[in-house]
Design a protein around this ligand. Structure first.
Ligand SMILES: Cc1cc2nc3c(=O)[nH]c(=O)nc-3n(C[C@H](O)[C@H](O)[C@H](O)COP(=O)(O)OP(=O)(O)OC[C@H]3O[C@@H](n4cnc5c(N)ncnc54)[C@H](O)[C@@H]3O)c2cc1C
Length: 408
């Protein structure tokens, strides 16, 4: 088969990144996004190690760097704002706590969409209502009424993926709550924030509040985290989410109450549980999953975006290299991705666990050990990226290689 007609659900990070690579490999791509337009919001996401190399191969290094938050570093503070610890963005060769490439999730989504909008069909405000697959293709009925046939369908529709529920089973089977909730929204920068992130963690409770600088210096991104044994707020019920945040942040010190006063006038708001997606397989026939929908490692790993970008590169490459045969293409993608995903999920669980009140009674892992060094190397440097020589590639590789001093 030359080329393929591929439907991708979700236009955040994984979806547009996959659209970029599928188009370059010769496929005709449609992306359907449930929201009426690109969704703003979310705090900064990081690109480390192998994800930086994927951005370079996409030819988007300059565009991504131009949209970065330009955070100099982070201070942790006490309730009175006194600095306790300092981390700099150039620590650990730019791959540390504050990474060299930190970009607001909404800005990265916009860069990826701008890059693909001309060669890809985007359909906003719609979603897959039903699909039926046979040996040669997938019949899709859209909620808006359209019916179309595709060769392949990929779910890049996030942690609460509807496509996963439709084809693989209910979310409870795959989503593991890690005991925390995170929230982010932008506020006026009436706090004198410069290029430094400020993070306040209340001792013993697991609650934290912070402010992150963004490109628009008149505003800042507020960040909150609190422990929660379970999570039963609808992920689309924003008023209920805001109320939950108010309740759980009651009495928290530092500038928290002033930041909460902007909950009703913020133009963006994101709150979600910290959770991972654990699946034995990421494909079923002609339907595959990518990014958080397949294998969320949770924001506590700091690598959800990296996994989405690297997965998009490998999924398109493996499918094209297999002549668009779904079985061989999905198998190659999964085999290359698994060790990378598992390392990041392990780190996400360790980080989430260490923030649960009382967890400091457990001995921390030996960060100097060979085991931890190997885990970290695998989580950051990830899988080898084949160059897919001989596979169609309409776009030249641009930019000079991005190198990192941390060895594989
Ligand atoms: C608004 C928003 C804010 C976020 N903020 C943060 C953050 O601050 N920190 C962090 O670590 N991670 C955040 N994330 C998650 C982060 O983007 C992902 O972990 C990572 O980048 C992988 O992205 P993804 O594309 O796989 O999934 P996601 O980024 O979750 O994107 C999924 C996309 O699919 C769309 N969608 C959902 N259901 C359907 C459907 N049925 N049909 C079509 N489209 C559908 C969603 O609207 C969304 O655009 C946020 C995600 C979103 C959507």
């Amino acid at each position: 088969m030359s080329g393929s007609r591929v439907l991708v659900a979700g236009a955040s990070i994984a979806g547009p990144a996959l659209a970029h690579w599928l188009r370059r490999r010769g496929a005709a791509v449609t992306v359907v996004e449930r929201a009426p337009e690109l969704r703003p919001g979310g705090q900064a996401v990081d690109a480390r190690g192998v994800a930086k190399e994927v951005i370079r191969r996409m030819g988007l290094d300059a565009a991504v760097r131009a949209a970065c938050t330009e955070t100099t570093g982070a201070h942790t503070v006490d309730a009175d704002g006194n600095v306790l610890q300092t981390f700099r963005a150039d620590d650990e060769g730019g791959d540390g706590y504050i990474s060299e490439i930190e970009i607001l999730r909404g800005d990265l989504s916009r860069v990826l969409h701008d890059d693909t909008r001309d060669g890809v069909e985007y359909v906003f405000g719609d979603r897959i209502a039903e699909l039926t697959q046979d040996a040669d293709g997938v019949d899709v009925a859209f909620a808006g009424g359209d019916r179309r046939r595709f060769d392949l369908v990929i779910g890049a529709d996030g942690l609460h993926s509807s496509l996963r529920a439709m084809v693989f089973g209910p979310r409870e089977r795959f989503v593991r709550h890690l005991g925390h909730v995170l929230a982010f929204y932008s506020v006026p920068n009436e706090f004198g924030l410069d290029r430094w992130l400020i993070d306040y963690q209340e001792s013993g409770s697991g609650r934290s509040a912070g402010l992150r600088p963004i490109q628009d210096a008149t505003r800042a991104m507020a960040m909150f985290s609190f422990p929660a044994a379970d999570f039963d707020v609808d992920h689309r019920d924003v008023p209920a989410q805001k109320q939950l945040l108010r309740d759980r942040m009651a009495g928290l010190g530092w500038s928290t109450q002033r930041i909460l006063a902007h909950l009703d006038d913020t133009p963006d708001f994101y709150l979600d549980q910290v959770a991972q997606v654990m699946m034995d397989r990421w494909s079923n026939g002609r339907v595959g999953l990518l990014g958080d929908a397949a294998c969320s490692s949770s924001p506590m790993s700091g690598q959800g975006t990296g996994i989405a970008l690297v997965g998009a590169y490998l999924l398109a490459g493996e499918l094209a290299a297999a002549g668009w045969d779904p079985e061989a293409g999905f198998a190659g993608y999964e085999e290359r991705m698994r060790p990378f995903v598992e390392a990041n999920q392990e780190i996400g669980r360790m980080n989430a666990h260490s923030r649960i009140p009382g967890a400091d009674a457990d001995p921390p892992p030996d960060f100097e050990s060979e085991w931890f060094t190997e885990l970290l190397g695998r989580a950051i440097h990830g899988p080898e990226l084949p160059d897919y020589a001989g596979v169609p590639d309409s776009g030249p590789l641009t930019g000079s290689p991005i190198t990192s001093p941390i060895g594989p």
